[in-house]
Design a protein around this ligand. Sequence first.
Ligand code: MSP
Length: 522
Amino acid sequence: MVKSPYYLTTPIYYVNDAPHIGHAYTSLACDVLARFLRLDGHTVFFLTGTDEHGQKVEKSASSSGKNPQEFVDEISERFRDLTKLMNFSNDDFIRTTEQRHIIACQELWRRIAANKSPKGRENIYLDTYGGWYSVRDEAFYSESELIIDSEGVRQAPSGALVEWVEEPSYFFRLSDWRDELMAYYRTSTEGIILPESRHNEVVSFVEGELYDLSISRTSFNWGVPVPGDDAHIMYVWLDALANYITAVGFPQENNEKFQTFWPANLHMVGKDILRFHTVYWPAFLMAAGLKPAKRVFAHGWWTNEGQKISKSLGNVIDPNEIVARYGLDQVRYFLMREVPFGNDGDFSHRAMVSRINGELANDFGNLAQRVLSMIGKYCNSVVPTPGELKQSDQELINLAEKLIVKVRKNIVEYHTFHEALSVIWEFVRHSNAYVAEQEPWALSKNDLPRMETVLYLAYEAIRHLAIICQPFMPESCHKMLDQLGVDSEFRQFVDLKWGRKPIAGLTLPPPEPIFPRLEKNI
Ligand code: MSP
C-alpha cells in the first residue's frame, strides 16, 4: 500500500552563532519522525538549513572582520557538520543566500502585492516605520510588550536590547487577515497548533490587536532586494520563512515536488518562534494565494544545569563535546527521553549518566547481551525453533505486536517522543522479566525444548525492539540487527510481525555489547 507523502521542516538556523544543543534538538525530533515515517512506508521530505540574512548577521560579520558572504559560508558549514555529527537524515539543506531562494522570495512578494486583502485593500503598502526593534531577535515590539529594567533600559520579552528604528518601510496588511487566520486554526480537529497551550496563546494574540507588519528595511543591505524597489531589502523573517516553499520548488508550483509536498505536514519549531510560524507565515501564504501548513508544533527550551543557555553565560553545550563523551545514540536517546516533548527541560550530566546506565546499558543492552550469549552458549549460536506456547509466551507476543500501534500514535499523531520511548521501555522491562522468570539457563539443564522456545521468544522480542528503536538510535539498532542476523531489507515496520521471517536455524555472529555502562565520574 502506498502511504501519503510527508513534508517536515526544522527552523533554519541563524548563522551568527555556533551550533549548540538547543539547535540540534529541533532537528533531532524531526529526524526521529522522518526515520519513523520512512520505516512505516511513507515518502518523506525532511528539510533543514541556514538563515543567512539580516542585521544581526551583517553586524556579526563586520565585527569579525569578514564580508557577510564569507562569514555565512563559514558558519553555514558548521551547521551542515552538525547534521552529519547528529546523523540527521535530511533530504535537503537550504541556504537563504542561494539563488533558488532569492527567486522564490521575490516571487512570493510579488504575489502578495498583486492580490488584495480580504477587505479589498492593498496587501503591501509603503509608509514610515517608527518603533522598537531587537536586532538579536530580529523582531519588532510595541511599547506595551517591552520590559523596563531597574536602570530604565528597555528590553524585549526575551531580554534582548531594543533600539528605536525610524525608516521608510513596506507594510504587510496583517490586520486584515484576522478572520482568515482564526478560520485556519479551526481547519483540523486534531489541531493546527500544538501543544494546545500554544494554540491558546496564538489565538489570544490574534484576537487581540493585530498590527500591520513592517516587512522591509532600508538602513542596511544584507538581504533580498524588494522587487521593483532596490532601496529596500525584505524583512529577514519573510525571507527566512519562504525557505519552506523554495525547497519544494516554488515558484514552479506545477512541478511534482511542490504538488507532492505542499502544504507541509509539519513545521517543527521552538516556542520562541511560534508567532512567526502561526501568524505571519500563514497570513503571507494566504495573501499569496497559497495554502498554509497542516501543523506547527512548538517544543520547549533546554537549560543547562538549571541555567538559561547563552553565549554570555559561557554555558553553551557543544554537541561535539557531548557526543564524544557519551556516544551519539546515547545523546539522541537522552534528548528525546528526558523531557516531555513540548515542555522545557534541564540538561544535566547526572541525568544523562543515569539514563544511559539505567535504561540503555541495564535494561536494553543487558537484555540483548544476555539472550544472545545464551543462544551462543546453549544453542551453538543457532536461533532455536520454538515448540508449544504457554500463556506467558502468548502475552509477550501480544505485547510485541501491539507496540507499534502505540508508538506510532505518540510519534506521528501527538509528537510525544518521550512517551513513545516510555511505552517501548515498558516492553523492554517486560521482556527482561520474562527471561528472568523463565530461567532459560536452568532449563538448559533439564528441558531443552522449553529452553529453545523461551530463547526464540526472547530473540523475537529483541528483534521487535531493535526495529522499532531505529528512528531514535539508528546506528546502535543497525548493529543490533546485524547481530540478530536480520537482513537490511527486513528492517521495516511491516516486518514487525511475530516470526515474520523464518529465522529459526540461522547462525548468529558472536554478540558484542552495544550500550556499555559508563563510569559514574565520566
Ligand atoms: N533563524 C530562525 C528560524 C527561522 S525559520 C524560518 C531561528 N534560528 S535559531 O538558530 O535562533 O534557532 C533555531 C531553533 O533552535 C529554534 O527552533 C529555537 O527554538 C531552537 N533553540 C535555540 N536554543 C534552544 C534551547 N536552548 N533549547 C531548545 N531549543 C532551542 O530562530
